[in-house]
Design a protein around this ligand. Structure first.
Ligand SMILES: [Zn+2]
Length: 249
């Protein structure tokens, strides 16, 4: 039983073969997945894909799309979160690597998403790249569940996030040869706080690296994590799927 907690099936990369992608995911024992919508232009499509296949979804203005946020389209996001299929808010957060939106736009957007998630009692999916300090300070005292998605920091940062009670999710990046810091961090996450994901179509795990990523590949990431953690793969898969179910309620 696998649960891909983060993938972008509404992206046009999947327009031509979505049915086969979902079939391969099911054949790989992926029983559920969370479709992430990142801007007003893909919310509707994310919701309809999730409904059509019996998955769940999570919507937000991604950090990159923070610059698009205004009062009117934030209202639209609020309306979407009333739908039963929308089980989380995200990905929101901070990306100081690309700066596709300014720091000010990202922080403002991040704060509005936190407020909305608390109000709706929905969990938050956080994107944090090269922005650890501002991420943790903006999230201080947050009153809802949080996952740090596609974790790319080290042990010290993982420990600080864990102190706040956050979940940590690993993508295919953890399987890369040069990811020793991320791998060391994966070993210290308590078994009730660890999640995994594909972030498809990005970040294919080894041995698919370089190819379009799809939810079926979450199997390799789960296998890799269980190996480095010294856990039985079946037990690890079951526990982390359980974590995902708890996270998304
Ligand atoms: Zn993503």
């Amino acid at each position: 039983m696998l649960f891909d907690t983060h993938c972008h099936l509404a992206m046009e990369d999947f327009d031509n073969d979505l049915d086969e992608v979902v079939k391969r995911a099911r054949d790989a024992n992926v029983v559920n997945l969370c479709v992430i919508g990142t801007s007003p232009s893909d919310w509707e499509k994310s919701v309809s894909i999730a409904k059509r296949f019996g998955f769940i979804c999570s919507l937000a203005f991604s950090p990159h799309d923070s610059k698009l946020l205004n009062d009117e389209n934030f209202e639209k996001l609020k309306e979407f979160t009333n739908l039963k299929v929308v089980k989380a808010i995200g990905e929101t957060g901070l990306d100081y690597h690309y700066f596709l939106s300014s720091k000010e736009e990202q922080i403002k957007s991040f704060e509005r998403h936190i407020e909305l998630a608390e109000k709706k009692s929905l969990p938050l999916i956080i994107h944090s790249r090269d922005s650890y300090l501002d991420t943790i300070s903006t999230l201080k005292g947050v009153r809802t569940k949080v996952v740090i998605h596609s974790f790319t920091y080290g042990i010290k940062e993982a420990e600080e996030f864990l102190k706040e009670g956050f979940f940590i999710s690993f993508s295919g990046i953890v399987t890369f040869k040069n990811s020793s810091l991320i791998q060391e961090s994966a070993k210290i996450i308590p078994e009730d706080k660890i999640l995994y994901e594909t972030d498809a179509p990005y970040l294919s795990p080894v041995p698919h690296r370089g190819k379009r990523c799809e939810p079926a590949f979450v199997k390799e990431t789960a296998q890799f994590l269980s190996t480095i953690r010294g856990e039985d793969v079946k037990i690890f898969e079951e526990k982390s799927s359980n974590n995902a179910n708890l996270f998304f309620s």
